[in-house]
Design a protein around this ligand. Structure first.
Ligand code: PBG
Length: 329
């Protein structure tokens, strides 16, 4: 071969670990990760979640201990999900000042102040007897605007309890705008909104439903409000609407099957982009590695890095504690 110019040799920069670390384009960091945590009303000891190995439903006390440890490991944020003792038609536990997430937020805010960014998932599916993310109309479908009234109350209750960020996940139209005005009117102008803007009606939420004891009535689904996975452009419409209504950050969920959506969202917005590596994504890694079919640490790092490479600034993941422990050596 007599090439006019020397051939390109990308392998030169792959020779040693130090070289690879030097030129790496994507750097995963503990600061990027948000740990989703479950807190259950009326229990004295944590309860394991079978389909989410290593994740538990916390008691109030065990949650406080866990979050203290996460703070010491360098994790900057947690997002709380509540499992109430009683559910009802309208999901009252989501806005009751004595509801489980509200009391847990109070606990954590008094333990850690501003050292940890406290997020709360803002939805009613964990609190409704029928398992839907909103209030049902007379025909069994979710009434968008009646649901918004409940979301507004939940936002105020969470902000009163100490949430730094509320994260509406119900995919009701107009939810960000209604929550922003409700927070402002209640004097919570500094409480931020992380909008679950592009949330797909995914099969990957299966283990989460065990985690929060949710069964949708009549074997129903969320396809009437969450997005159809065949659509990517539609996600940009959702994101634009949420930013216009006052979202401080936007989210794509799930993550790995939607890397194209994460990249597209990243390219059209300047606000922080989050991605949720959901329960099913986590459980697949745990199950395959438990069988010896994949290497847990390699695949987990590869997945989280891919989500960041696609454009996510922030990753919500049940792997947060594992990664922080790994990073702390
Ligand atoms: C709704 C909500 C869900 C998840 C986060 N918020 C469930 C759903 O939409 O059915 C799923 C998270 C996961 O699977 O890890 N409150």
């Amino acid at each position: 071969m007599s090439a006019r110019f020397p051939v390109s040799r990308p392998r030169r920069l792959r020779r040693t670990q130090a070289l690879r670390d030097l030129v790496a384009e994507t750097r995963l960091n503990v600061n990027d990760l948000v740990a989703p945590l479950f807190v259950r009303e009326g229990i004295d000891a944590p309860i394991p979640i079978t389909s989410l190995p290593g994740v538990v439903q916390h008691s109030r006390a065990s949650l406080r201990e866990e979050v203290r440890q996460l703070a010491d490991l360098g994790i900057k944020s947690v997002i709380l999900f509540g499992v109430p003792a009683k559910k009802d038609e309208i999901g009252s536990g989501a806005f009751d000042p004595a509801g489980i997430v509200q009391v847990a937020l109070n606990d954590l805010r008094s333990d850690l102040g501003d050292r940890m960014v406290l997020m709360s998932d803002l939805c009613v599916d964990e609190y409704t007897s029928h398992g839907h993310c909103g209030i049902l109309d007379g025909h069994g479908s979710v009434d968008n605007d009646k649901t918004l009234e409940i979301y507004a109350k939940a936002a105020i209750a969470q902000a009163n309890a100490g949430a730094h960020i509320v994260a509406p996940s119900g995919m009701m139209d107009g939810q960000v705008g209604v929550i922003r005005s409700a927070l402002d009117q209640a004097g919570h102008v500094e409480t931020s909104i992380l909008a679950y803007s592009a949330k797909y009606a995914s099969g990957l939420y299966g283990p989460f439903r065990e985690a929060v004891d949710v069964q949708i009535v009549g074997g129903g689904d969320r396809k009437g409000y969450q997005q159809d996975w065949r659509n990517a452009r539609e996600a940009l419409t959702e994101v634009e609407a949420d930013i216009e209504q006052g979202a401080d950050m936007v989210m794509v969920k799930p993550a790995l099957a939607y890397l194209d959506v994460i990249a597209a969202v990243r390219s059209i917005v300047n606000v922080p982009v989050a991605a949720y590596h959901v329960s099913g994504e986590y459980s697949m890694i745990k199950a395959a590695s438990a069988n010896g079919w994949i290497d847990h640490d390699v695949v987990a790092t590869e997945h989280l890095t891919a989500i960041k490479r696609a454009g996510a600034d922030i990753i919500l993941t049940y792997l947060a504690r594992w990664y922080a422990e790994l990073a702390n050596g």
